[in-house]
Design a protein around this ligand. Structure first.
Ligand SMILES: C[S@@+](CC[C@H](N)C(=O)[O-])C[C@H]1O[C@@H](n2cnc3c(N)ncnc32)[C@H](O)[C@@H]1O
Length: 239
């Protein structure tokens, strides 16, 4: 399973653990959302690039898409204003975070997801190990970074931003409570699970955020194991 990508990993986790509730933050064209087979799938994106005809076609290719719920809004808006939907849904069993690739947005997505995550649930986070410095450029959002592409040395069109800092934060703040690894495939796939039955303090530690925000791409690539627990292979039996 050396070349497992995000979609294969998510499906593996769903099948192995019998998960039935999947939240996806950032769906765009549905490339990850639509092939995944899971009983209840919820997709959040302020700007879906999915036409009704694509959604319908996907239903016949994968029947679980008939149940999909689409929320066209930012993830912050979703967690703030859809609390009753979330509470009625029950616990989230698997969350895929692939929305806005900034430290602050991905950290909020992770903390909000942890609030609703089942004790045996898993958070999967994309873009945790940018392939080069240009892909790790800090910016407000994809469009803003693309508007500066001519000034970014080595720009290839790939943008992971500084999402990786969320992994650094979670590793520091919850070292005894969360099990965190980043699989070195597909731009770095973060896998986050509870180690023990626990209640986390989900308040943001701004001192820690400011400290981590000063790290740069060289810090990450010089010590990827220490920074983000980068691994080439995960022990699948542990997940
Ligand atoms: C990289 S794409 C997602 C790709 C998809 N998950 C896949 O694997 O093919 C990122 C998406 O995040 C969405 N996005 C941007 N800001 C967001 C936010 N604040 N909340 C949720 N999604 C956001 C964008 O509109 C975009 O469609």
């Amino acid at each position: 399973m050396a070349h497992m990508n995000r979609i294969m990993l998510i499906q593996y986790l769903i099948d192995k653990n019998g998960y039935s509730t999947y939240l996806e933050i950032g769906s765009q064209r549905g490339e990850s959302l639509l092939p995944i087979k899971c009983r209840k799938k919820i997709a959040v994106d302020p700007c879906f690039l999915l036409k009704n005809k694509d959604k319908l076609k996907a239903c016949f290719q994968n029947y679980t898409n008939f149940n999909n719920k689409y929320f066209e809004m930012t993830s912050d808006d979703f967690f703030l204003n859809r609390k009753s939907f979330l509470n009625n849904l029950g616990k989230l069993e698997i969350v895929f975070i692939d929305g806005l690739h900034t430290f602050s947005a991905s950290l909020k997505d992770a903390l909000n997801s942890l609030e609703y995550l089942d004790d045996n649930g898993t958070i999967v986070m994309h873009d945790c190990f940018p392939p080069h410095k240009a892909a790790a450029t800090k910016g407000d959002n994809a469009a803003e970074v693309i508007s500066r592409k001519h000034t970014i040395k080595g720009w290839t069109g790939e943008w992971c931003g500084d999402t990786w800092k969320t992994i650094v934060y979670l590793k520091h703040k919850y070292s005894s409570q969360l099990d965190i690894q980043v699989l070195n495939n597909d731009y770095g796939i973060g896998i986050i699970k509870y180690k023990i039955d626990t209640i986390l303090d989900l308040n943001i530690d701004y001192d820690l955020v400011n400290k981590i925000d000063k790290l740069n791409y060289e810090d990450l690539i010089n010590k990827p194991q220490e920074m983000i627990s980068l691994v080439d292979e995960i022990k699948y039996e542990n997940y």
